[in-house]
Write a protein that binds this ligand. Structure first.
Ligand code: XUL
Ligand code: CO
Length: 451
């Protein structure tokens, strides 16, 4: 036993291996194990989020909190409660033994009675966080501002019909960008919150788009002004809380950024459950971001296949994560990003230890998917088959077309003369699917993934 909120766990969660029967040990995640020459911990860059794990008590729209979070909702000294919350959070980060955490301004600081008081509260708690970072080694993966909970943001923040709300949001983001810099954060995230609409009857789409672009320019300008070197990230989500969210998916955001001259300033923070809400796969969203130089970071979680909302469950399927991990490895891995667990317990998981079980399970799933992805990369089968499929584009005809040296008439002449007469070939989807499955099944036998 050890002092603190999570006194059931002494020390930190050890690596136990697949044969361990201790549920409070990692079965696959072994931070120092080398995978393709790099530590597992450095591949995955795991982060824990404040909001689901420490700033939410399990309440839903049908009932009150069920989780044991004594610092939430208690009357009395709000700063003292915030300090207890922070102590519990850092105790958890250290005992879980992960390198990163993430938070919204309002996750850690009480509102107070004015913006100035909120800012003072946040500054004081950031002083504390700096001390905890020093003592525990936990670092900030990203900071963000909550621009969606307060009633002032009911009609959006940057896209609000009232410019005063835009200004308030700007003040919050300025503040939080500076806080993120002070804490040495490696990224800053903007999730759209309520940037979207519930009905087009009261919405001026063009105006709101212009407002959002202006906001993003202001944020990028301030980032440079203060010398924040982290990456600015936008997190796609197609719906919820609004019926339609402007930052719908990776492609929509990319197009918006390009149209507004912002694509060099921002990258994407891709969340698994948001991808599925958009009718895509998590793999698709990552592949799109990688293909367009927009990949930044990940919010790890999963939805429920029978539900159509953002259930934010902890990831538990290696099958679902193997290709996303392959895509990330193939693209060169994370630079400033990482895997933040934007995932929450089920409302009945009320034991303090459930928070460990949830994260251990999710992290082991990611680690196992990483091994499968490394196996696929090493074997080179998928890459080889892809190369073969597009080989024609590396030869005379393909390079001439892409190089711009042939016209439509030139191509038509070749077709008419019979010189060009394409023959369909198999896409081999089922074979490829089996290649992926075999990599997942054979992880333990793979050679180069050992330490
Ligand atoms: C909401 C969501 C947010 C962002 C940060 O669905 O994912 O928690 O990750 O604002
Ligand atoms: Co998220």
């Amino acid at each position: 036993m050890s002092e603190g909120f999570f006194s059931e766990i002494a020390g930190h969660i050890p690596f136990g291996g697949l044969d361990s029967t201790d549920p409070l040990s990692f079965k696959v995640y072994d931070p120092d194990r080398l995978v393709l020459g790099k530590r597992m911990a450095d591949h995955l860059r795991i982060g824990v989020c404040f909001w689901h794990s420490f700033a939410w008590d399990g309440r839903d729209m049908f009932g009150s909190g069920t989780l044991d979070r004594p610092w939430l909702g208690a009357p009395g000294d709000q700063m003292a409660a915030a300090r207890t919350k922070m102590a519990a959070a850092f105790e958890f980060f250290a005992k879980l033994g992960v390198p990163y955490y993430c938070f919204h301004d309002r996750d850690v600081a009480p509102d107070g009675d004015s913006f100035a008081e909120f800012r003072a509260n946040l500054d004081a708690l950031v002083d504390d966080a700096l001390g905890y970072q020093e003592r525990t080694g936990a670092r900030l993966l990203w900071g963000t501002a909550n621009l969606f909970s307060h009633p002032r943001y009911q009609a959006g923040a940057a896209t609000n019909p009232d410019p005063e709300v835009f200004a308030y949001a700007a003040a919050q983001v300025k503040n939080m960008l500076e806080v993120t810099k002070r804490l040495g954060g490696t990224n800053y995230v903007l999730w759209g919150g309520r940037e979207g609409y519930d009905t087009l009857l009261n919405t001026d789409l063009r105006r709101e788009g212009d407002q959002l672009a202006r906001f993003l320019h202001l944020v990028a300008e301030h980032k440079h002004k203060i010398g924040f070197e982290g990456t600015l990230l936008i997190e796609p989500k197609p719906m919820e809380p609004t019926k339609h969210q402007y930052d719908f998916d990776s492609a929509t955001i990319h197009g918006f950024l390009v149209r507004n001259g912002l694509d060099r300033e921002y990258r994407l923070n891709i969340e698994a459950n948001h991808a599925t809400l958009a009718g895509h796969s998590f793999h698709h969203e990552i592949a799109y971001a990688m293909a367009n130089g927009m990949f930044g970071s990940i919010d790890a979680n999963r939805g429920d296949p029978q539900n159509g909302w953002d259930t934010d469950q902890f990831p538990n399927s290696v099958e679902d994560l193997a290709m996303p991990l392959y895509e990330i490895l193939r693209g060169g891995g994370f630079t400033t990003g990482g895997f933040n667990f934007d995932a929450k317990l089920r409302r009945q998981s009320i034991s303090r230890t459930d928070l460990f079980h949830a994260h251990i399970g999710g992290i082991d799933t990611l680690a196992r998917a990483l091994l499968a992805a490394a196996t696929m990369l090493e074997q080179g089968t998928l890459a080889g088959m892809l190369e073969e499929r597009y080989a024609g584009w590396e030869e005379n005809l393909g390079t001439a077309i892409l190089g711009g040296s042939v016209t439509l008439a030139d191509l038509a002449a070749k077709v008419e003369s019979g010189e060009i007469d394409p023959k369909p070939v198999s896409g081999r989807q089922e074979l490829l699917e089996s290649v992926v499955n075999q990599a997942i099944w054979s992880v333990d036998r793979a050679s180069g993934t050992a330490g």
